[in-house]
Design a protein around this ligand. Structure first.
Ligand code: FE2
Length: 253
């Protein structure tokens, strides 16, 4: 705890563009513990920062969470950008007091996929639910290099949220070219996601939050963890979307 306080103290006065907007734009400011956790992680990654993007989406925040934590959607929704990607072995979730992480294998089929230039055909990816507002995807590439994608979400209203995407990497590649490629890839994946997000938004999120409690699907373990921690708040009709989420005390942690 002391080490964490020292680290957080050292963050004061340092500018981090995304977090500055994240704080200013918050209709409901994230719980201080969550903000501390996000600040610390983004500070750890700061020197590898490549691009930032932000979007206001007329979609409930819970739909974005469901989408990002649903591993299967990488195969089914991102058929074009992640051409031929298959989800392989999925590990067991490692819970934390306010989230959790899961590792899973992804395999690219032999094809003219640009990703094949940077990554091995089969790699183990890690998805981390840092807080109910921050999710990170860690993608290893060749020679102990990796790409980290951090998604921060802010509920703006019951049916709208702001999505911040920050991409980091220690890959050795000309930075301006890499930035252009990542900006294009990020726009493309969001474009692919929009019909899926809209479909989720027209459904009944409270129903799939309830259904997830009894689900045993490997691909939804992290969303199940999210529901375990924050589901009771989300099931209140007036609270969908714009809500400050605090974890339910969890005897397992
Ligand atoms: Fe997606």
């Amino acid at each position: 705890m002391k080490t964490k306080n020292v680290k957080l103290e050292s963050l004061k006065g340092k500018s981090m563009k995304t977090l500055k907007h994240y704080k200013l734009d918050a209709a409901i400011p994230p719980y201080e513990t969550y903000l501390d956790q996000t600040e610390l992680r983004m500070f750890q990654l700061k020197k590898y920062h490549l691009i930032s993007q932000a979007y206001i989406l007329p979609i409930p925040y819970i739909c974005q969470i469901y989408h990002l934590l649903n591993l299967k959607h990488l195969e089914t929704i991102h058929k074009f950008s992640l051409k031929g990607l298959k989800i392989g072995n999925i590990g067991q979730i490692e819970p934390t007091p306010i989230g959790g992480s899961i590792k899973f294998q992804t395999t690219l089929e032999p094809s003219l996929n640009i990703l094949r230039v940077w990554r091995k055909p089969t790699i183990e990816v890690e998805l981390i639910l840092h807080t109910p507002y921050t999710i990170e995807l860690k993608i290893p590439i060749y020679h102990n290099r990796q790409i980290n994608i951090v998604f921060n979400m802010l509920p703006l209203a019951n049916n709208a949220h702001k999505l911040f995407i920050d991409i980091y990497s220690n890959i050795i590649f000309p930075k301006p070219i890499l930035q252009i490629i990542l900006h294009c890839a990020s726009c493309l994946t969001l474009f692919e996601d929009l019909p899926y997000l809209n479909e989720l938004a027209t459904g009944n999120p409270r129903r799939w939050v309830r259904a997830t409690k009894t689900s045993n699907r490997d691909t939804m373990q992290l969303f199940k963890r999210f529901v375990e921690l924050y589901g009771s708040s989300l099931e209140q009709p007036q609270s969908m979307g714009a809500i400050e989420l605090r974890p339910i005390p969890d005897p397992a942690c």
